[in-house]
Design a protein around this ligand. Structure first.
Ligand code: SF4
Ligand code: SF4
Length: 283
């Protein structure tokens, strides 16, 4: 493939908190957008990071826990440079500016204050992940430019209105770049499906002047399934391709009650037999 390199991060969140109620509340709040895993102390968190850090989109971390505190987890994460790739959000009660400053010095991305407010939790997690993906793309550009390759990072979550196609689109279609790079195949629901992680991925992209060797293209998986077409409440998949406006009008936008932007539908993704991929128990 020439000119664009796509990478991905799975939408898996690890919640680390000794309070079972907090673990379950956060799982419930985030379960419709992410695969949520929970552990109850710092030692378990580090074990999970060693084993599965490559497939983690974000860590939600309590500071006050028995055996190993959140600070000790952060110190260890910084020692292994994990905070460069995995956004950490602190689950906080009442903390002082000193504590918050110490957290930021250790690489924390943001705070989630109790009591949990659903839309704020979701927005903070989403913003932290996209900011981290953009930072990773920028780091890659810096490294490539040191080697004489010209490159430009493409923001993970930015789109412009395209008069020609009548659609919102990024400067480059990241899922098409990913498909061309052999990372996965685009399903009937218009999402990228990767064999390892299903469609629970977010994509990042760097445009570069180097000629890159792509992996072989993946075989399509949809056959005559059509489950996503049937389940779509906006009938946005009835034609040959996604009717973007119909989907967006139904699935995205401002919550009139809470005055926040929200995603309210991913029925097509949830019903897909390839949603989770082999790493997460799907096919
Ligand atoms: S997100 Fe919802 S509205 Fe959009 S295509 Fe999927 S099922 Fe339809
Ligand atoms: S639900 Fe079926 S048709 Fe839709 S993307 Fe998944 S496999 Fe393809």
């Amino acid at each position: 493939m020439e000119g664009a390199q796509a990478g991905s991060t799975v939408q898996k969140i690890l919640v680390v908190d000794d309070a079972a109620l907090n673990r379950e509340l956060l799982r419930e709040l985030l379960a419709d957008e992410y695969l949520v895993d929970t552990v109850e102390d710092g030692e378990q968190a580090l074990r999970r990071l060693r084993e599965e850090g490559h497939s983690m989109a974000a860590l939600l971390l309590d500071l006050n826990m028995p055996r190993m505190s959140g600070f000790a987890v952060l110190e260890e994460m910084r020692r292994h440079h994990w905070t460069q790739h995995i956004p950490v959000l602190i689950i906080s009660g009442e903390y002082s500016p000193e504590v918050e400053n110490r957290c930021f010095e250790l690489g924390v991305s943001d705070f989630i204050h109790k009591p949990f407010e659903s839309s704020i939790v979701k927005n903070r997690v989403r913003n932290s992940i996209t900011a981290k993906m953009d930072a990773i793309a920028l780091d890659l550009c810096i490294e490539l430019e040191k080697r004489g390759v010209q490159c430009v990072p493409v923001p993970a979550n930015e789109s412009q209105w395209d008069e020609r196609t009548g659609r919102w689109r990024s400067v480059v279609s990241q899922k098409h770049a990913a498909q061309a790079a052999g990372l996965g195949t685009i399903g009937r629901h218009s999402l990228l499906i990767t064999p390892e992680l299903g469609s629970m991925v977010w994509l990042g992209c760097v445009l570069c002047g180097a000629e890159l060797e792509p992996d072989p293209m993946r075989e399509p998986v949809c056959d005559d399934c059509g489950k996503c077409v049937e389940v779509c409440p906006a009938r946005a998949l009835d034609g040959g391709e996604l009717v973007q406006q119909a989907c967006w009008d139904h699935a995205f936008g401002d919550d009139p009650e809470k005055q926040v932007w929200r995603i309210s539908c991913h029925a097509c993704r949830d019903v897909c037999p390839y949603c989770l991929g082999s790493w997460n128990g799907g096919r």
